[in-house]
Design a protein around this ligand. Structure first.
Ligand code: TRP
Length: 382
């Protein structure tokens, strides 16, 4: 969207220095206000995820209406997804950590979509076998975050298509070619798989309502780059008799090499900490990571550093700080010049290592049951 703004944000391209206030205006999303955050904290029993308190999630669509319904006894379900184009990196986990937190506080069902088809259509060099393999591996990583096994369901596109297809037919009928062309910026050379694909990303939004014949509200925590898909879903929802999905949008996270986001296609492997990196690779990447530090130690002691542009600070912020107190200390000491980049990097290295080893253990147990959560049954005839 909007090349003339100096940045582009679509599901298939994220480029330039994103002005998030401007993006909110362009997309027409609502600010996640202190009043909404207070309400969420109250409803969650007094606790609020650091991803909300620290502004990683920053806008929404229709969240208050969804919370109203919840309070009146109509629970929602969570939906988010992953395009399995390779190993996950730590920023990919942020969106699912948000979901995990909401599930743990609101005790609602979670639907995860693994789009092994999308990544064949969107990435020329990947085969179906590769995306399917990454899909399983990514799914195990996501479930290892601690989703409630009895309340989590997976659409793995090529495996779940039998259940999804009748609803996909109804959805696709209502989406015109000119809509997808305008929303996603497709070219004449775009393959028709991708033209159809948005219908499949909409299916989980309506699936529980379609299956049960009741109106089941949907909440989608996702990166703001995915919003265009769900604008399409929202536009057709009422015509199909389903509630419009509500959304919670995060900012794109900076990569280790600086301003660019971690999830932009074709990035160097050094731009992110992948969950299959060795400890030595993690240390090397962190050592070489871009920070907001000054040219010399003397200058940094005197003037302090700039956390806002620092890729390491983004890691503290998105979960590696053990609590708000530690996060505030790191931020304060960075700004004042008391904490130098070398020391800060060493501290986070050991934090990342312990996260990775706990995560590996969790994966071992998840691996034995992950595939049982994949929806494979034929859908009810409706
Ligand atoms: N299109 C997303 C990607 O490329 C995957 C996805 C499917 C998704 N359904 C979703 C992301 C719902 C967020 C919310 O990674």
């Amino acid at each position: 969207m909007a090349g003339e703004e100096g940045f582009v944000v679509t599901p298939y391209e994220v480029r330039g220095r994103i002005d998030y206030d401007r993006l909110r205006e362009l997309f027409g999303t609502q600010e996640l206000s202190p009043a909404i955050l207070d309400r969420l904290r109250q409803m969650a029993g007094g606790d609020l995820s650091p991803l909300l308190t620290r502004g990683v999630y920053y806008t929404h669509r229709d969240l208050p209406a969804l919370l109203d319904l919840y309070e009146k006894g109509t629970p929602f379900f969570l939906y988010s997804g992953r395009g399995p184009s390779g190993p996950l990196h730590t920023s990919h986990l942020v969106q699912f950590e948000m979901c995990r937190w909401i599930q743990s506080k609101f005790h609602v069902p979670m639907y995860i979509q693994i789009t092994d088809d999308e990544k064949v259509w969107a990435r020329g060099r990947l085969t179906r076998e590769q995306t399917a393999q990454w899909g399983i591996e990514n799914l195990v990583d996501l479930l290892a975050l601690g989703f409630d096994r009895r309340n989590t369901h997976v659409f793995f596109d090529t495996k779940s298509i039998r259940a999804m297809y009748p609803l996909a037919v109804d959805v696709a009928k209502r989406i015109s070619y000119s809509t997808v062309k305008a929303v996603f910026g497709f070219e004449p050379s775009t393959n028709i798989g991708l033209v159809f694909y948005t219908a499949l990303q909409t299916v989980p939004c309506f699936y529980p309502s379609w299956k049960t014949g009741r109106s089941v509200p949907c909440l989608i925590p996702c990166g703001i780059d995915q919003d265009p898909h769900f604008r399409v879903s929202r536009d057709i929802a009422e015509g199909l008799g389903y509630p419009k999905p509500a959304l919670l949008h995060s900012k794109m996270l900076p990569g280790l090499l600086g301003e660019r986001t971690m999830s932009t296609t074709g990035e160097s492997k050094d731009n992110a900490l992948y969950l299959n990196d060795s400890p030595a690779e993690i240390d090397r990447k962190i050592r070489n990571a871009f920070t907001g530090g000054r040219a010399t130690v003397e200058e940094q002691r005197r003037l302090g550093a700039n956390p806002e542009i620092c890729s390491i600070w983004a890691l503290w912020k998105t979960g590696f700080a053990k609590d708000d107190k530690e996060f505030e200390e790191v931020t304060r000491d960075c700004r004042s010049g008391a904490l130098l980049c070398g020391e800060c990097k060493e501290r986070i290295q050991s934090r990342v290592h312990s996260f990775f080893s706990v995560h590996e253990k969790a994966k071992e147990t998840v691996r034995s049951w992950a595939e049982e959560l994949i929806i494979q049954e034929a859908a009810a005839q409706v």
